[in-house]
Design a protein around this ligand. Structure first.
Ligand code: ADP
Ligand code: MG
Length: 742
């Protein structure tokens, strides 16, 4: 029996999902799996766990997964409060933090946490129900979880330990889960919750500003605040740095001072400071920085650290404050993003101080995960920060791009929860028409060799048979498996089974387990796994970090913008060439080629304290060097977690490798890049004079070349390995290193 406060009960009864309680619970009773669709704010996340609890499903734990940490934490608090239960009973668990007890009955967690638990107990015997929330987001871990649970639920029923699965989505686009015979032989019933949505008027901009959208956002908020009737404003931006600078700008324009506010910004300053300090001092072991299996437990959590610091400050001035604000109307400005402390996040749910207007500046965590009361105006920049993967290098990066029509409509919907609202889209209707209809499932945009390795680490041997809601292509899976076998991450298929599908069901090896825990592409993970030999680890870490970050050198070959610049460019170019020669070392090091140049550059830059000045003077891209520094810290932690006895640390005064170590390094590099082997075209094969100095690779018919900028351009070793091939005027190999031909 749940004893709720009267006011809570009253608020609950207004939620659309309450009207469907009977229907939902009947469907749960009669089916092992069901799907619930309902608009954001209809009450799915807060109410459905309560229905289950009250209907007696808490014999085991009722688990709810969220793609974002912020939702897991705040929803657990909200549900505890609504049910008048302690957080001992309604708890949460995110990667390194949680308040679970032996009394826990309802548990909110990130999807990554549940995946890890499946690794420990495939049948999830502690749970009586699993709810997968925000399934429409199609995050890789949510997709894989639904696939896994489609197997686990029937297994549990067979064992006489029945378990229920509920999949919840904010959109009606659920066919990938329901019309998918591979997952569910009988399609699970779909229950639709009608939302009481007030009309939202959409206002498009006539023109679309391509770069200064944060400036446009600022102007728009000023206008709304000064000219339109009361009602909260919700602003969608792409990342934490943008959120911060807009908050500061708005607070300056519409001062609202209260001690509490000062406290907030103080806490925020401290938080930023500590974050920065971490990045600089490269702690020896910081498990918070370590990302093994759940590689990206919510993209948003990672957004925070990447490419953000640089944008600070400059953003502040954006937009040229031509709009002189009226300081007499207080605007109560609150930031909202994943890494914000829960106490700060909770503020958005409370009514703003009397006589003020609420303005929440958010990342897309407010798109579907959280519903903020009292929002009447939505300002949408139309963009989202997403992770992109480079198929060639395996590098992932965050880029700001247009969102999808479905997302933009979700954002607009936030304005019509309590009364009719308005959504201001800071882009034209023509641009909106060009948005993709839906965001693609993340799994189709990702290279799969790392995904396959992660799944094998979950002991899913037959990845092709895995019931993906949306499967990567068969070719992609086969290629991934072959690469992993060749790297030794998977066991070789045994001879008599070598044919057919055996090739696609190789189990993971102990080496593969270690590789799976490094947050880089498998080729580079292999190098890390081997690196501890001969004291090579610090060098391997530095080289892998440098190879993973693109374009560490400045490009001086570009056309000059002026006569003046042209002579500077020539000078700087000459300086870089000279430095590259220096970094390439002498004697034995030369054969490590471009990788030695990278290693030398990283070493020299760190030695000099990684300053913008040093980078500028020596032709290095400062931003790239900062990224390499962060990655070195992260990889160092990851390696220490796998093999603590090596106790590797980041040494800013790292000495160059000895000739002996260079030889080992070349072997390690070859072990990782073995499928990127090329051999110089032999005299008898010189069919065409253009092939002179060319190299043959196993996969390409035409020869490829060493770039004139490469350290090995003149040496032309017989065998080499390369990092990638880039087609410009010719097919050039990049990141070339010589292989000993014996
Ligand atoms: P859904 O999951 O369908 O999007 P939710 O269950 O998250 O809906 O939200 C239902 C309602 O509960 C919303 O109207 C929201 O404003 C309210 N709510 C959610 N969390 C809190 C909170 N921490 N404090 C106050 N109200 C909240
Ligand atoms: Mg929800």
């Amino acid at each position: 029996p749940v004893d709720r406060l009267a006011e809570i009960q009253e608020a609950r009864l207004k939620l659309p999902v309450l009207a469907e309680e009977q229907v939902i619970m009947e469907a749960v009773r009669e089916n092992p799996c069901i799907v619930i669709c309902g608009e954001t704010g209809s009450g799915k996340t807060t109410q459905v766990p309560q229905f289950l609890y009250e209907a007696g499903y808490a014999s085991g734990i009722i688990g709810i997964t969220e793609p974002r940490r912020v939702a897991a934490v705040s929803m657990s608090h909200r549900v505890a409060e609504e049910m008048n239960l302690s957080t001992r009973v309604v708890s949460y668990q995110i990667r390194y933090e949680g308040n679970m007890t032996s009394d826990t009955k309802i548990k909110f967690m990130t999807d990554g946490v549940l995946l890890k638990e499946i690794q420990k107990d495939f049948l999830l015997q502690r749970y009586s129900v699993i709810i997968i929330d925000e399934a429409h987001e199609r995050s890789v871990y949510t997709d894989i979880l639904i696939g896994l649970l489609s197997r686990i639920v029937p297994l549990r029923n067979k064992k006489g330990l029945p378990m229920k699965l509920l999949v919840m989505s904010a959109t009606l686009r659920v066919e990938d889960f329901t019309d998918n015979a591979k997952m569910f032989r009988t399609p699970p019933p779909v229950i639709k919750v009608d939302a009481r949505q007030f009309p939202v008027t959409i206002h498009f901009n006539k023109r679309t500003s391509m770069d200064d959208y944060t400036g446009d956002v600022f102007q728009k908020i000023c206008k709304i605040h000064r000219m339109l009737p009361p009602g909260g404003i919700l602003v969608f931006l792409t990342g934490q740095a943008e959120v911060h600078s807009l908050c500061r700008k708005l607070r300056n324009a519409f001062p609202f001072r209260k001690d509490e506010e000062a406290e907030t910004s103080e806490a925020m300053r401290k938080f930023k400071k500590s974050k920065k300090k971490n990045a600089v001092s490269l702690p020896r072991i910081n498990l918070d920085n370590y990302s093994a299996l759940p590689l990206d437990e919510g993209d948003e959590d990672r957004e925070a650290g990447i490419g953000d610091e640089q944008d600070e400050g400059s953003d502040l001035e954006i937009g040229g404050d031509s709009e002189k604000a009226d300081p007499s109307i207080p605007l109560y400005v609150l930031p909202l993003y994943s890494l914000l402390a829960p106490e700060q996040q909770a503020k958005v749910f409370r009514p703003p101080p009397p006589g003020t207007r609420l303005c929440v500046v958010a990342t897309n965590v407010a798109e579907t995960s959280l519903t903020i009361p009292g929002i009447k105006y939505v300002v949408d920049c139309g963009r989202v920060k997403k992770r992109f993967y480079d198929r060639v290098t395996g590098v992932s990066s965050f880029k700001v791009s247009w969102t999808s029509q479905a997302s933009a409509n979700q954002r607009a919907g936030r304005a019509g929860r309590t009364e009719p609202g308005h959504c201001y889209r800071l882009y034209s209707s023509a641009v909106f028409g060009d948005f993709s209809l839906f965001s693609e499932a993340e799994i189709t945009r990702r290279p799969v060799e790392d995904l396959v390795l992660q799944m094998k680490d979950l002991n899913i041997d037959k990845v092709v048979n895995f019931p993906f809601p949306t499967s990567p292509s068969a070719e992609a899976l086969v290629a991934a498996e072959q690469l992993l076998v060749s790297l030794g991450a998977l066991m070789e298929p045994c001879l008599e089974r070598k044919m057919e599908r055996a090739r696609l069901s190789c189990p993971i090896s102990p080496l593969g387990r270690a590789m799976a825990s490094f947050p880089v592409a498998p080729r580079y993970a292999k190098m890390l796994a081997l690196g501890k030999q001969q004291d090579c680890l610090p060098y391997v870490i530095a080289v892998v970090a440098a190879m993973t970050v693109r374009e560490i050198f400045e490009d001086f070959d570009r056309p000059a913008i002026s006569e003046d610049e042209s002579s500077t460019l020539i000078q700087r170019r000459a300086r870089l060439i000279q430095m590259r020669r220096l970094w390439a070392g002498q004697g034995a090091s030369l054969l490590l080629g471009d990788l030695m140049v990278m290693l030398g550059a990283v070493g020299a830059c760190e030695y000099a304290g990684c300053t913008p000045k040093f980078c500028e003077a020596n032709g290095l891209r400062y931003k790239a060097m900062v990224e390499i520094r962060k990655l070195r810290g992260q990889l160092t932690n990851a390696v220490n977690a796998v093999c603590p006895e090596v106790g590797v640390f980041v040494n800013p005064k790292m000495a160059p490798p000895t000739p002996h170590q260079v030889i080992c390094l070349r072997q390690i590099v070859l072990a990782g890049l073995g499928d990127h082997l090329a051999r110089r075209v032999q005299a008898e094969d010189l069919l065409d004079p253009k092939w002179k100095n060319g190299y043959k690779t196993p996969l390409l018919d035409d020869p490829v070349f060493i770039h004139p900028g490469s350290a090995l351009f003149k040496t032309l070793p017989e065998f080499i390995v390369y990092q990638e091939i880039l087609e410009t005027t010719k097919m050039y190999m990049r990141g070339v290193s010589a292989v000993e031909a014996e």
